[in-house]
Design a protein around this ligand. Structure first.
Ligand code: BGC
Length: 463
């Protein structure tokens, strides 16, 4: 039995698993939107007579909405709580998904996709934030990564839904509309979970915080609720009255830099070109369309399988080894893809190399940068600025996602597909150097200990 499963048995608390799973539904919405749009767009463009500009806007506006959503949610998560921010996010998503399905023209669809973005951007980091604040250190890596697991399941579900609804009347409306269901599940589900103890303490509700913590730790032989309460209280005491501008002062600035570099690196290695354009990449290799679609499904399944591997290993081998191994693996995959697209002989006779390269790429991403980015940004910041700091990293992540999505096809035209893969490989090398030098190990330590070690907590006391 792996460490994570064994530790989950030891902490033996169904409430903890339930609240983590509900909070992770936000990831499902995020993944579903990422995966669904390329398939749906084929039908939308005919039905709504959308030109190139409208089509690009339908895709990109969600990413812009997500940036705005993350911006507002950082404030909301600290102000009205992590829990209520997620209830709002699910409600907005429900309305927006139905709005998309019922849109009568491209403008209306663009408007509702922006609204979806607001919700997805919010959910994308309030999920990991919520889960990290309710989890005991021993299983935090695996539990927070439920969120990444939900993202990749969402992507796979979208591929399957696209496949199933093809041939239906109003197929794209169904493809976009079914997402209302998990949106409603998130909103209603979040009504049934408690606030995080750390947020309750921040809001001065100590009695309630203790009650919640006792419920979350009941049955856990190693839990020491008094100690945990004391650690949270001390951290809160130190950080009371923290101002946002301190994010940009040393040594907190160095911690923010780690989060931002992880955010940008996660996108600049080109993961979403694989997610958005896998069929295009594969059909350009001479594979027939059906084979390209099957290849896409294989990529989706690989993503899920290796994310499960990550969930099982993160608390055992640690974040750093997985991050580094994963990023080196995806560097190798990018070089393979670069070489493949540089040689016409390879492209003619060895079409399988492209699929193998994509599979290696996504497997390596799934054990490293995929889960580790979201996990780390939920661990390294002091609670007083955690919402705002995570929001900042999330905005960079969605912004970088937008830049890559907007430039992939243009760059492929300008420097060839091989050139683009080599460019991403170069960025992967820079990322690896930064990770080796700067990214800390956070396995098995309480959030308060991690912040002490990073010096971020002192930054707030020394003011
Ligand atoms: C990234 C997404 C990406 C997904 C793929 C997530 O961690 O933030 O941009 O689409 O992983 O698995």
């Amino acid at each position: 039995m792996t460490g994570f499963v064994r530790e989950m048995h030891r902490s033996a608390n169904p409430l903890l698993v339930r609240v983590a799973a509900i909070a992770a539904i936000g990831g499902l919405l995020f993944g579903y939107d990422t995966g669904v749009i390329s398939g749906a767009l084929l039908f939308i463009k005919k039905d709504l007579h959308a030109g190139t500009f409208e089509q690009q806007s339908i895709v990109a506006v969600l990413l812009l909405g997500a940036m705005v959503g993350a911006l507002c949610a950082g404030y909301l998560a600290d102000r009205i709580s992590r829990k209520w921010t997620k209830v709002m996010s699910g409600t907005i998503y429900f309305v927006a998904a139905l709005g998309c399905a019922l849109s009568v023209n491209a403008e209306m669809l663009i408007g509702f996709r922006f609204l979806l973005g607001l919700s997805v951007g919010t959910a994308s980091f309030v999920g990991p934030l919520y889960i990290s604040e309710v989890s005991p250190p021993r299983v935090r890596g695996g539990l927070v990564s439920f969120n990444q697991m939900a993202i990749v399941i969402g992507i796979l579900l979208a591929y399957i839904v696209n496949f199933l609804f093809k041939g239906f009347t109003d197929e794209w409306r169904w493809m976009l509309g079914v997402a209302a269901l998990p949106g409603a599940a998130l909103a209603v589900g979040m009504l049934t979970v408690p606030h995080t103890p750390r947020w309750l303490m921040l809001a001065g509700r100590e009695d309630k915080a203790r009650k919640v913590l006792e419920r979350l730790r009941s049955g856990d032989e190693d839990a020491d609720v008094d100690q945990e309460m004391q650690d949270i209280e001390e951290a809160n005491e130190r950080e009371r009255g923290t101002r946002l501008r301190e994010l940009w002062r040393q040594p907190l600035r160095a911690v923010v830099l780690i989060g931002v570099v992880l955010a940008v690196a996660q996108q600049f290695v080109g993961v979403n070109t694989v997610i958005y354009y896998a069929p295009t990449i594969l059909s350009d290799t001479g594979e027939k369309n059906a084979a390209a679609l099957a290849g896409t499904l294989i990529v989706g399944v690989t993503n899920v399988v290796f994310t499960i591997v990550a969930v099982l290993l993160l608390d055992r081998v640690g974040r750093r080894p997985l991050l580094l191994t994963g990023t080196v693996g995806l560097l190798a995959a990018l070089v393979v893809l670069g070489v493949y697209f540089s040689s016409s002989t390879l492209q003619q006779d060895y079409g399988w190399i492209a699929l193998a390269g994509l599979i290696l790429f996504i497997a390596a991403f799934a054990i490293g940068l995929g889960p580790v980015f979201w996990l780390m940004i939920s661990e390294i910041f002091p609670v007083g600025v955690r919402g705002a700091a995570m929001a900042t990293c999330t905005i960079f992540n969605w912004g970088a996602n937008f830049v890559v999505a907007q430039t992939f096809l243009t760059l492929s035209g300008a420097m060839g597909r091989n050139g683009v893969f080599f460019l991403y490989a170069g960025l992967a090398v820079l990322s690896i150097v930064f990770f080796v030098l700067r990214v800390p190990e956070t396995k098995g330590r309480s959030l308060e200990e991690i912040q002490d070690d990073l010096g971020s907590a002192e930054a707030l006391t020394d003011r």
